[in-house]
Design a binder for this molecule. Structure first.
Ligand SMILES: [Fe+2]
Ligand SMILES: [Fe+2]
Length: 219
């Protein structure tokens, strides 16, 4: 049986998850669940969500390319992020198809308040290792929150087709957030990664609390 690209990618992710240590899995964990009202709001403005989602996937792909260019001397990072670029671009195309089905165009990119606030928290100067760590943890966090949001959509939407649509994204992004933590632990001492991750989780909770709940954004 020939697997679709999506199914193949899910298998790859499953393998990635299985290879991770228990430790890696345990340090993950968002502190603040999404406000339950969000799914109801999102279901009303699903077209807006699709546009926002399309750009999220596009940015995930371009950020992975940037990381590869920036840290080209790190072999594992380069080799493991290269297929993620393809996967994220595949996600972008899947969302684009859904827009087309609805006779919608991609539309303009929106201001991404959530991601901009996360970037504010990144170390800008100092050691290269600290900057790289923050860039990897930012990606881990965005993937984790996206995964959580897709889970909400996969459970809370009325439309069965769209519930299944988002379940596949949820599974895929679950593999990504563990991969970014794993990469961080490859190049930075585990204890330091764990400590900084806790700081990021606390910061992300503040960011989430400071943002209004709106149904036209993935984050
Ligand atoms: Fe994605
Ligand atoms: Fe992702």
């Amino acid at each position: 049986m020939r697997l679709s690209t999506f199914e193949t990618l899910e298998l790859v992710n499953f393998e990635i998850i299985m290879e991770l240590s228990e430790h890696t899995k345990n340090i993950l964990g968002l502190q603040l669940p999404t406000d339950p009202r969000w799914v109801d709001l999102a279901s009303i403005s699903l077209e807006e969500i699709l546009t926002d989602h399309a750009y999220c996937e596009q940015k995930a792909a371009t950020t992975c390319i940037t990381l590869i260019q920036r840290y080209s001397d790190k072999e594992k990072l380069v080799f493991e992020l290269a297929p993620i670029v393809t996967e994220e671009w595949g996600h972008f195309r899947l969302v684009l198809q859904e827009l087309r089905k609805r006779n919608l165009t991609l539309g303009k990119q929106r201001k991404d308040v959530y991601v901009n606030k996360l970037i504010e928290f990144q170390a800008k100067g100092g050691h290269l290792e600290d900057r790289m760590l923050d860039q990897l943890l930012t990606m881990a966090l965005i993937e984790a929150r996206s995964c959580e949001r897709f889970k909400r959509l996969s459970e809370g939407l009325n439309d069965e087709y769209m519930r299944n649509f988002y379940r596949r994204f949820m599974e895929s992004e679950a593999g990504h957030y563990t991969l970014f933590i794993d990469l961080a632990e490859t190049y930075v001492e585990k204890e330091k990664v764990r400590k900084r991750w806790q700081e990021w989780l606390a910061y992300e909770t503040d960011v989430m609390n400071s943002m209004e709940v709106r149904g036209d954004r993935i984050h």
